[in-house]
Design a binder for this molecule. Structure first.
Ligand code: UDP
Ligand code: MG
Length: 194
């Protein structure tokens, strides 16, 4: 079954939103297979956010598109300049207070969790999503204050990203196997026949 990695960032923990957010994952039918409150080390956050060309291009393109749409000049030269600056701020942010790390398991868990989480910029996240319902930050405000967007949560973007991220936070022994009612009700072909 597919697994995905979620981090509740310091803003989620310090705003008392841990239960609200985990509750949304439980209610959709995902199985929690690992969970911890952790004060992250520099090394853990550094490994988690791999500074790849693809990631730098992604953050640069998403942010620049918003500036372009508003007819505003984007204040960074290129994806390397922007990506490095975002990563530097993120590492400091994630180390600044405890975060919650968890692994969720279920049918297409990676895209399902991304759907529940919403878009990177809270102000553009759809209502009903975690970021859309519970946060309001913008690229303009966060870049104006030279800090990362306060968007509550990290969720793996792809199955490969999840495979890279899960071992950063959990050992094999911390990933639990147990029976959940959804193993029968959602996934067992013979559930109502037996
Ligand atoms: N981020 C930011 N400004 C940006 C792009 C990203 O502060 O212009 C931060 C934000 O906290 C985001 C994280 O970097 O959640 C990782 O960026 P990514 O593009 O992977 O977004 P996500 O997958 O979290 O939606
Ligand atoms: Mg991402």
């Amino acid at each position: 079954m597919e697994q995905t990695l979620v981090l509740l960032k310091p803003d989620a923990v310090q705003r008392g939103l841990i239960g609200e957010i985990i509750g949304r994952f439980e209610k959709v039918g995902l199985k929690l297979v690992a969970l911890k409150l952790v004060r992250a080390s520099h090394e853990e956050v550094d490994r988690h956010y791999a500074l790849t060309e693809e990631w730098m291009l992604g953050v640069y393109t998403k942010a620049k598109t918003k500036y372009d749409a508003r007819g505003e000049a984007f204040p960074f030269a290129d994806h390397v300049a922007y990506g490095s600056e975002i990563k530097r701020g993120l590492v400091e942010f994630l180390k600044s207070a405890p975060i919650v790390a968890m692994v969720l398991e279920g049918e297409q868990a990676v895209p399902l969790v991304r759907k529940l989480v919403g878009a990177t910029e809270p102000a553009s996240s759809a209502p009903g999503t975690i970021r859309g319902d519970l946060s309001l930050d913008t690229y303009a405000l966060s870049n104006g204050q030279s800090r990362p967007i306060r968007n509550l949560i990290h969720a793996s973007g792809t199955v490969d990203e999840a495979k890279h991220e899960i071992p950063v936070w959990f050992t094999d022994k911390e990933l639990h196997t147990y029976e959940h009612v959804n193993d029968r009700v959602q996934y067992d072909a013979k559930w109502f026949l037996s």
